[in-house]
Structures are given as C-alpha cells and as structure tokens.
Design a protein around this ligand. Structure first.
Ligand code: RP5
Length: 163
C-alpha cells in the first residue's frame, strides 16, 4: 500500500488470504515518498517469490502503475477512497494505464481489496489444487451465508414504498 491510511481497505482481503492458506506480506511502498524502495521492491519481486502484487493507493494513485513498470509480476490495483473525490481519482489513475504496461483494477475500497485477494487466489489455484479446493469451499460458504428471505416479505408497490 502507498500509505498506512490505505490499510483499512486491505484488512478484509488479508483475512481472506489467511483463510485460504495463502502466504502474503504487507508493506508500505510509496511511489512518491519512497521511490527507491518501490524500485527495489518491484525489481526483486519475482526473485522474492511473489506471484502477484496487490497494490492499494489513493489520489494520484501511481503505485500500481509504477510497480508494473519495474516488474512483470501481475499487479492488482485497488483504488483507495480519497479525501476529495471519493476515490474516483484513484480509480481512473489505476484503470487508465496506457497500452503496454497492464495493471488489473478492482473496485474502490474494501470490496476491491477483498476481490483482489480472491482474484489472486483464483490465479494461484490454477497450479495448486489445494488452493482451488479451499477457494471453492470459501465460495460455498459465501453462498450458504446469503439469507433466503420469503417472497411475502417484499410487499412494497414501488420505489419508496417498502410498507
Ligand atoms: C497515497 O496517498 C496513498 O496511497 C494514500 O491513499 C493517499 C493519502 O496518503 P496519506 O496522506 O494518508 O499518507 O500515497
């Protein structure tokens, strides 16, 4: 993540990785505040055994793009909700990578952090049957957690009338 303030958007995703038994490391690597750290991190990513990098950043969110410039390890970008534009700036910064250096882009905030983790898991599952099995079980548990609400509960006649 670009800053400690991004951590809130990644907590749920890291819990999912833990639940799926996937090793991960969390670090603050800022494109503009610690550019040398970013360069070292990305250049050594593959040698350090990273299969994917989930990069959360906000505002002029250049962290995912700068990482992808230095490594071919897949970068999964998570736009952080920003102070002034609610994360629209972060979203556009990450999703609009020019041709040639791709960055995957997920939803703004916690949902994006969770989905980036699940997406990384599904990529790893391609070569790891144990992860595939745990991911399927995770999905099944999610389905089981969706309440089946009787149809007669929904009695409203239109928008704004929930009576
Ligand atoms: C970016 O600026 C970070 O990714 C963060 O989302 C945003 C604000 O950072 P702080 O000022 O909260 O450290 O670098």
């Amino acid at each position: 993540m670009g800053s400690q303030s991004d951590w809130a958007h990644l907590i749920v995703g890291t819990q999912i990785l833990r639940d799926l038994g996937i090793d991960f490391a969390v670090q603050i690597v800022s494109a503009h505040r610690t550019p040398e750290r970013l360069r070292d991190y990305a250049l050594n990513a593959r040698a350090n055994g990273l299969c994917a990098i989930i990069a959360c950043a906000g505002g002029a969110a250049h962290l995912p793009g700068m990482l992808a410039a230095w490594t071919t390890v897949p970068v999964l970008g998570v736009p952080a909700p920003s102070a002034h534009l609610n994360g629209l700036d972060s979203l556009l910064s990450i999703v609009q990578m020019p041709k040639g250096v791709p960055v995957a882009c997920f939803a703004i905030g916690e949902a994006g952090g969770a989905n980036a983790a699940l997406f990384a898991a599904s990529v790893l599952a391609q070569d790891d049957p144990a992860i595939a099995q745990r991911l399927t079980a995770w999905r099944e548990a999610q389905s089981a957690g969706v309440a089946e609400i009787p149809e007669e509960t929904f009695t409203g006649t239109g928008p704004g009338d929930a009576s």
